[in-house]
Design a protein around this ligand. Structure first.
Ligand SMILES: Nc1nc2c(ncn2[C@@H]2O[C@H](COP(=O)(O)OP(=O)(O)OP(=O)(O)O)[C@@H](O)[C@H]2O)c(=O)[nH]1
Ligand SMILES: [Mg+2]
Length: 372
């Protein structure tokens, strides 16, 4: 009898065990939610947070239709590799020349040529060569690579504040105005920045103030839809300042963190268009202060980019540069020139056409990529 009871007890236990196991497996095979990349605590801050007040909670996106953008830390690793790929002609050339047995006049001329071809600019090139010559002479045994790395980082200036000003004060959203010439990568950058902010759990509204073509607003709408961000648009041919105003008003009314306003490409030598840009900014500021004006420059345009930068700075107070298409350019030296000319830091770099191919600019990572 006792034996029978034990057998029955074992059988019941076995049944319970099987049931639990099947339940677990069943649960595991249910469709998984979209993976959420972990936010690494070591990621450098991309944005400035002026007020200690609590941010409003982000609306819970539906996992089926809305993408979760890549976190900044992991994109930095990937983008560093890409940067190394596109710019290593400069770094390799310099290292090859510096590693010669004797650094004669021909070698120094070669170094100058390599620097000039990368668009660092004449004055910074001469300064850099002078400093390298002095240091290598004085610190006879110094490793050329270490000296070159230190001097390049100093040239790119690690002291500049490169965080994006994406938060407003006094209950206003932060307002980012994005400007630049045709095809520089403005709309793409607005879409990519929105993704960075969404990845940081910020609430965003986009303003399609490029009213020249309906396709421009459609392009922005596509970026917005992918990450569940509202896009405010106006009629084709409408007043861009009025669309920008509406977008910022919508952002304020719905208490989002940041409104990013895309503008039409405009040539810097068309005075009327440049005046229009000034008006867009003034009209926005009737609603809320513009916290960041990003000038988007195509890194492959070299000296021309510098001329654009000067004119745009006069029309609107540029606070940060986005250097796009650095993936297709060996002219990364433009970073140095444009910062010097404008006194405005490069804050972001575009390294491809992919949705997360935009990274915060870091002088150390940039120079390490050059010398890798
Ligand atoms: N390789 C590469 N392509 C880029 C990058 N950024 C933008 N592009 C491409 O450049 C082209 C123009 O980008 P848009 O964002 O439409 O440029 P835009 O400044 O808004 O152009 P307009 O509105 O016509 O003035 C597109 O094909 C983008 O995919 C980048 O960092 N790398
Ligand atoms: Mg555009």
């Amino acid at each position: 009898m006792t034996l029978l009871l034990i057998i029955v007890a074992i059988a019941v236990l076995a049944l319970i065990l099987v049931g639990v196991t099947v339940g677990l497996v069943g649960r595991r095979t249910k469709p998984a939610k979209a993976p959420v990349p972990p936010r690494s605590p070591s990621a450098p801050p991309t944005t400035v947070e002026p007020s200690p007040t609590a941010e409003p909670e982000a609306a819970a996106p539906s996992a089926h239709t809305i993408e979760r953008p890549e976190a900044t830390a992991s994109r930095l690793v990937r983008l560093r590799q890409r940067l190394a790929g596109s710019n290593n002609a400069l770094g390799r050339g310099l290292l090859a020349l510096l590693s010669r047995e004797r650094l004669d006049e021909d070698t120094w001329e070669g170094i100058e040529d390599v620097l000039l071809t990368s668009d660092i600019g004449v004055a910074p090139t001469q300064e850099l060569v002078e400093r390298l010559r002095t240091r290598l002479r004085v610190e006879g045994s110094a490793d050329a690579r270490t000296v070159l790395r230190e001097e390049l980082i100093a040239l790119v200036d690690p002291t500049l504040d490169r965080r994006l000003q994406v938060s407003g004060t006094d209950g206003n959203p932060g307002v980012v105005l994005v400007v630049g010439v045709n095809g520089a990568g403005k709309t793409t950058t607005v879409g990519k920045v929105a993704r960075i902010l969404v990845a940081e759990d910020r609430r965003v509204v986009l303003g399609a103030a490029d009213t020249f073509r309906a396709a421009a607003a459609d392009q922005l709408a596509t970026w917005g839809e992918r990450v569940g961000v509202e896009v405010v648009r106006g009629p084709e041919g409408g007043d861009p300042a009025s669309v920008a105003f509406d977008a910022v008003k919508e952002g304020a009314d719905t208490a989002v963190d940041t409104v990013i306003v895309d503008t039409a490409g405009r040539l810097q030598n068309k005075q009327g268009l440049m005046d229009e840009l000034g008006k867009v900014k003034r009209v926005i500021e009737k609603q809320a202060p513009v916290t960041e004006v990003l000038l988007v420059l195509d890194a492959t345009t070299g000296q021309n980019g510098l001329i654009q930068a000067r004119v745009f700075r006069e029309a609107v107070d540029v606070t940060g540069i986005v250097l796009t298409k650095l993936d297709g350019s060996a002219k990364g030296g433009i970073v140095v020139q444009v910062q010097r000319e404008l006194g405005v830091p490069v804050k972001l770099v575009g390294l491809g056409e992919g949705p997360d191919d935009l990274a915060p600019f870091s002088p150390e990572a940039f120079v390490d990529a050059l010398l890798s």
